[in-house]
Design a protein around this ligand. Structure first.
Ligand SMILES: Cc1ncc(COP(=O)(O)O)c(C=O)c1O
Length: 484
């Protein structure tokens, strides 16, 4: 059992290694430490900074996770060479008025193929089993079955077992959030959490502001609740334009904002800390709820990008929604939410909609989350997907048509690709399907038709020579369609 004092002393040493990592990161980004240059050994760094070798190791690990440095066997540490620099897509410029949504049939079709074992799939963003610590999760499930023998034969009631809600509250501290376990609701998934929050604060016909492009499942939720989508200009690196959002607040009847401030889908954008603070303030001042999706926060390479907007919420206008589908154990199907000032209404909706969950799995998740190994599981996952994303960006630079633009997200496993020459992603997608390769055409990610020249590629699935050859083939098909 850890105490508040343990947490405090841990957070002081955490801050120290992060401070060192941050200083070095600034020197690398500004070019003071050149790409490819050797940097001090762990021992030298510890001496220079007056810290223990283990703090120096932690600082270097954080920089490795951020792909800013690399260890070369028997040679030491070097500033990493950044993969081939491709131009990034322009910030989006959606129309200033809201639209009814109709995307579900295309999304359904693409998802079906994306999950088919006959296809090589870049179409979905479901992480494959090898990215998870399967044995640890299996052990937690069997431990739960041993320790809570009666739970399968006991009718569960309420918004989630308190052990899991406590574990989630502790987990949320990593995002800078102090959540009260009794205010948390356990759900089936992040999308269920989002749907419940939107239902609590909107009525059919209301306007919801969201990123542009946005996750197609969000559009499907809006469609099913008869809500209108107001797409807000979004920068591929820094996310929602808050000036544009303020203008929308001033000129449109916005009833809620739905955003993914960390590693948005499909852009992979992550808001700055200053913007996170400002967004919380804006929503508080205007009395407009923000439904914040934090599903990818644990995958962000930099600590400050893992901090939720909820951490800056002093008025209860942020409804935070998460799940463990992408980062801990997709098969346990567990999500969560804390709905701020709408807590009572959301708890009521949840009880009416689907009631309580399988307590056995809640116990298993609480166990997994509170094990000391979970932090290193996140680190390992971040490092694996970072290496994969570098390789994918290299392949895109080599094989896609000249003029292709691609995002460079600070974590996660999604790339957004802007195709040159007005290439129609629906045509490219069809041509790829003939080769049994599934990609997600840009039209799925907006209520408008503005992203027809874009595709989303997901790299959470298997990643070996077959997938790499398939990615090259997508590039070759795109070149051929452009007559190159
Ligand atoms: C941003 C975002 N939120 C939510 C989800 C879905 O999560 P869950 O399966 O927990 O509903 C996804 C899946 O792609 C996603 O990208």
């Amino acid at each position: 059992m850890t105490t508040a004092t343990d947490d405090l002393s841990r957070s002081t040493s955490d801050t120290l290694y992060l401070q060192i990592a941050e200083r070095l990161a600034r020197s690398i980004r500004s070019g003071t430490l050149a790409r490819g240059a050797r940097i001090p050994s762990v021992r030298e760094l510890a001496r220079q900074q007056g810290v223990s070798p283990s703090t120096a190791v932690q600082a270097y690990r954080a920089l490795e996770d951020a792909r800013l440095i690399e260890a070369r066997p028997r040679s030491g540490y070097f500033v990493a060479a950044r993969p081939a620099r491709l131009p990034e897509p322009e910030p989006s410029a959606p129309p200033a008025s809201s639209l009814a949504v109709d995307v579900s049939s295309l999304a359904e079709q693409v998802l079906k193929l994306a999950m088919s074992p006959d296809h090589i799939s870049f179409g979905a963003v479901c992480p494959s089993a090898d990215l998870f610590q399967q044995e640890r999760i299996r052990r937690a499930v069997s431990r739960a079955a041993q320790r809570h023998r009666a739970s399968l034969c006991t009718y569960p009631v309420g918004p989630g077992h308190l052990d899991l809600r406590r574990a989630i509250a502790r987990h949320a501290l990593r995002m800078g959030c102090q959540l009260e376990p009794h205010q948390l609701v356990v759900t089936n998934s992040c999308l269920e959490s989002i749907s419940l929050c939107l239902r609590a604060v909107t009525r059919p016909g209301d306007v919801v502001a969201l990123e542009s492009p946005t996750h197609f499942s969000f559009l499907e939720i809006l469609e099913s609740l008869h809500l209108r989508a107001l797409e807000i200009p979004t920068h591929p690196r820094t996310g929602l334009s808050l000036d544009a959002l303020q203008l929308a607040f001033d000129t449109q009847p916005v009833k809620a904002v739905l955003a993914v401030p960390t590693l948005s889908n499909p852009l992979g954008s992550s808001m700055t800390l200053a913007d996170r603070r400002r967004l919380a303030q804006m929503c508080g001042q205007q009395g407009i709820p923000l439904v914040e999706d934090v599903i990818y926060n644990d995958l962000a390479e930099q600590e400050d990008k893992r901090r939720a907007v909820k951490a800056f919420d002093s008025s209860g206008h942020v409804m935070i929604c998460g799940s463990f589908s992408k980062t801990v154990a997709p098969g346990l199907r567990l999500g969560w939410l804390e709905a701020g000032r709408w807590s009572t209404e959301v708890q009521r909706l949840k009880a009416v909609q689907s009631g309580a969950h399988t307590e056995l799995l809640e116990h298993a998740m609480a166990d997994v989350l509170t094990q000391p190994g979970q932090e290193s599981a996140f680190r390992q996952m971040r490092a694996t997907v970072a290496a994969r994303m570098d390789a994918a960006r290299h392949l895109i630079a080599e094989s896609f048509p000249k003029g292709t633009r691609v995002t460079d997200p600070a974590g996660g496993f999604i790339l957004w690709v802007e195709l040159p020459g007005g290439l129609d992603s629906m045509v490219l997608s069809q041509a790829c399907l003939e080769r049994r390769i599934c990609i997600a055409p840009g039209t799925m990610f907006s209520a408008t038709d503005r992203f027809r020249h874009c595709i989303r590629l997901g790299f959470g699935g298997r990643w070996d020579e077959t997938q790499q050859a398939a990615l090259r083939e997508v590039g070759a098909i795109a070149r051929r369609l452009l007559g190159g």
